[in-house]
Design a protein around this ligand. Structure first.
Ligand code: ATP
Length: 513
């Protein structure tokens, strides 16, 4: 098995074992691509949401928050384009009865061709040793060039067919390439159909009067329809932003990869309303600002990259993803989109209401342009969790499993451990907990030898352990152990709160932005 897959499996099992993420309805064998956050997961998720909210709303005096309902008037989704265009192309295999995204089948086929290129490179590197010039090899080796031409040609044809809604050609491409069902090996395919990703539901008691509704597939539209309400009641002046976090629902055809692609997930979105013509400037600014937010968590610059979109969504005039290096490779974590005046203009048209801003400087009204930043909270959770999980070799030859979650996001900030369960040590430990619990999540742990307790807290991601021992009774000092360095410090009981606060305070982390 590939090493990447091993790492990812470890992430999933660790998330369950340490109370972060459970499969939904597990006792009924689970529900596909739906997950529950457990006692530690809910805290980590809350802290990530708060870290985003403070950076967006609290620290920007021209950005305010809202919390719109999940249900919206169904015309919203006509206006936004989701009823007509929020589709993925699906194809079924008639023998295995398995459903696939046609574009993903083709992309996986291309990935196999690209893997052949990697193999040629590895072979040549071995043959030529130190004198190997990879760039030159890629540009001149005929076999590699043929593979690359083939891969590029396939993707180009697929892109064109999807853009032209030519689904028959997408199927023809799958057949010409001889793509087989990964499960059954069969090439017996149905036609390709468009599949709308929105979940439908009904509002109202009787079948006749019931109204067809959708569960929102993105939070953004709740912001657009409230744009003028917020602008007027908040007396906001352009440029200004509206931020929101909340659930979104998509009936993803292929939902694999744990909490990376879920059917029910949470988004953190911000729409920034700007003067038409200034979108390029704000696009660049928000790309930079969002990347700084990510980097402030100290999870390694090399783990992030921008990916500029060539094929733009119907509403965008520029778009980029911030990609993160997940255990299965670089994938989208956040999108930054220049959405023009598409959404507000559409809502004007469908609602018949004006959604314009009177600009006192220009002395005229216009429909603002919008710059959007949109990040999946669950994907951010997976980025933090998977990047934090480490197996470390220690000097004494043993290994430890440690979850190095940035201290500001850690679910529990400190564990207080009495060295023994007697001699008055538990009482002192509990007194310390009573003092610390007003400021952060702390837990008490007295079971097992202290070394094992340290390991347990390392694996759970707790950044500090505070140990109360017999010396504490004599001089009011305790040992603070730091999770990441395993360093131990002897400090006064009265200093504990300040030492922990310094490292977990959002202010300290957000100042780096
Ligand atoms: P993808 O290409 O991965 O399907 P997308 O481009 O459709 O994502 P957007 O519509 O731009 O995603 O949504 C913004 C963000 O919401 C994404 O960057 C991602 O973090 C998150 N997101 C989207 N779909 C899902 C999902 N099914 N599960 C979890 N998070 C999601």
């Amino acid at each position: 098995m590939a090493k990447q897959e091993d790492v990812f499996k470890k992430v999933i099992s660790h998330a369950k074992e340490y109370g972060y993420v459970f499969q939904s309805s597990e006792i009924y064998d689970g529900l596909s691509a739906v997950y529950d956050y457990a006692q530690n997961g809910v805290e980590l998720k809350k802290n990530i949401r708060e870290y985003w909210w403070q950076a967006m709303v609290q620290l920007n005096d021209n950005i305010v928050g809202i919390d719109a309902a999940i249900f919206m008037h169904p015309t919203t989704w006509k206006a936004s384009g989701h009823v007509d265009a929020f589709n993925d192309p699906l194809i079924d295999n008639k023998d295995s009865k398995k459903r696939y995204r046609a574009d993903v089948l083709i992309e996986d086929h291309v990935a196999k061709i690209e893997a052949k290129i990697d193999k040629e490179v590895a072979k040549a590197a071995k043959r030529f040793g130190d004198s190997f010039d990879k760039k030159q090899f890629l540009e001149t080796n005929q076999r590699v060039l043929d593979y690359q031409t083939k891969a590029d040609g396939i993707l180009k044809r697929m892109g064109k067919s999807l853009e032209n809604e030519d689904l028959a050609d997408v199927k023809a491409l799958i057949e010409e390439l001889g793509i087989a069902c990964p499960l059954s090996g069969s090439k017996n395919w149905t036609d390709v159909k468009q599949f709308n990703l929105m979940f439908g539901t009904k509002l109202g008691a009787s079948a006749d009067s019931a109204m067809d509704l959708y569960l929102r597939p993105e939070t953004a539209q709740g912001i657009f329809v409230n744009f003028l309400n917020v602008q007027k009641t908040g007396r906001m002046k352009i440029p200004f932003g509206i931020a929101q976090t909340g659930k979104a629902f998509r009936n993803e055809i292929v939902a694999r990869q744990f909490i990376f692609r879920m059917r029910e997930f949470e988004q953190m979105e911000m729409q920034y309303f700007i003067k038409p013509g200034t979108q390029q400037e704000w696009y660049e600014k928000w790309k930079e600002k969002r990347m700084k937010w990510h980097l402030s968590l100290g999870m390694g610059e090399d783990n992030y990259r921008f990916h500029d979109h060539e094929k733009l969504a119907h509403y965008a005039d520029a778009a980029a993803d911030i990609e993160f290096k997940f255990p299965f490779g670089f994938k989208e974590l956040e999108g930054i989109h220049s959405r023009t005046d598409f959404d507000l203009s559409q809502h004007e048209e469908y609602s018949g209401k004006k959604l314009q801003y009177f600009d006192p400087e220009e002395n005229k009204s216009y429909v603002p342009y919008v710059l959007e930043t949109s990040i999946g909270l669950d994907r951010m959770f997976l980025a933090v969790f998977s990047n934090s999980l480490k197996e470390e070799e220690l000097e004494n030859g043993t290994t430890r499993t440690v979850l190095k979650i940035p201290a500001v996001l850690a679910p529990t900030k400190a564990a207080v451990l009495p060295l023994l369960k007697r001699d008055g040590l538990p009482e002192v430990a509990n007194k310390l907990i009573d003092e610390l619990k007003w400021d952060f999540n702390v837990i008490y742990d007295e079971k097992d030898a202290v070394g094992r307790r340290y390991r347990r807290q390392d694996a759970a991601g707790t950044p500090f352990c505070v140990t109360v021992d017999h010396q504490t009774l004599e001089d009011d000092t305790v040992t603070i152990r730091h999770r990441d360095t395993m360093e131990q410090q002897r400090v006064k009981l009265s200093q504990v709160k300040e030492i922990i606060s310094k490292e977990v305070d959002m202010r300290y982390w957000l100042q780096k932005i």
